[in-house]
Design a protein around this ligand. Sequence first.
Ligand code: ZN
Length: 444
Amino acid sequence: MSGVWLCLRVVLMAAGLMGTAVSAAAQGSAPPVTALRAARLIVGDGTTVDDPVIVVRGDRVVAVGPRATTSIPPGARIIDLPGHTLLPGFIDAHVHLTSGDNDGGDMAVLRETAAHAGIYGVANARKTLDAGFTTVRDAGANYYAEVALRELIAKRVVPGPRIFASGPALGITGGHADVNGWSPTLMIPGTGIIVDGPDEVRKAVRTNVKYGADQVKIVATGGILSVGDAATASQFEDIELRTAVEEATRLGRKVMAHAHGADGLKAAIRAGVASIEHGSLIDDEGIALAKEKGTVIVPTLLILDEIVKRGAERGVPPYAIAKGRQVEPERRRRLRAAYAAGVKFALGTDATGDLHGRNGEEFQLMAEQLGAPPMEVIRMGTQYAAQLIGSEEIGVVATGHFADLVAVQGDPLRDLRVLAKPAFVMKGGAVVKSAALERSSTTR
Ligand SMILES: [Zn+2]
């Protein structure tokens, strides 16, 4: 194994690659050209290429194909990744990048400021990128902190994934997006925007779009981490759900709906949301509706597993652990049934607190719990997630797409767990992680 690392290091060092990949472009000369070679490529669309070459110019892929038929332009920097599998940069369709706690945000609302959210966001963005996730859909944040993070990552002020932001989630008074169980005299705001009735829903959608939301997050049922509501109970009227979707659609945005219970979940699907987050208790009618409408389920297995198995040590409140355990057995059966019936899925972890950076563990969980084959699971975290987000520049390694690439050692089609430990990450043509270089520099 050390030979592999050494080989990669030598090639990278000879090319002077680290830290200088973008300097030529910054100086106004022609964008640098880089060629990556590896044992195999998982394209993201269900196909593979053995002995692949990927040619990158600036931030884009300009050629991809087998080594025998893909020419490398003269003067290109070459990155050799022997024994590795290249994949598209991973996409997590449900994170909370600016969240630093494990309790769903109640304590953050009580004790923390916008500055906390921003600083957590910077730290979590780095961890997420190092885990190979070059794009995320953020599923709700206070203070529009993730919008600011998105802009400063795009300006290269701090490293991080491409972010599709929601702003604060929309929820009802006393619901999952509210902070409950305290004295009325305290006047505590929600963890999201608290709205009741279609007029307030419409205003909140417009407000979020005004401040930079790429999609709209609504809370259609109770939650696991919230106090005083049942995860199974619906939390919006149909007219409120429809208003959210109509207004978002008018403004060119999709809607993602948090939903555990079957009734709220079906109401959200009927209203036309793009995705159901969690989807725990989807019933047969919900499965049929999701198939008919093309609604995607983002099952967020990692966080629910962590709450049930390690909730106490992670600081999750006891009421939330009890709620998680109550839903758990049925959730596994229902999500498996939904996958078997042909409902579309995309990968999302609901990463908060100390889960940031562990996003890649979701691949193996999806294979185990949904009964999905490895190639399909990989597409859930690449191509299908890109389709859900609505971007045609990511999710598949193809000419014209962003050069967002991950390399893992070994073959993920044999063992998905290798996806949790990427050795190499490129985002927009710039090398942002190379385990090879880190390891070598400590031994020399
Ligand atoms: Zn979430």
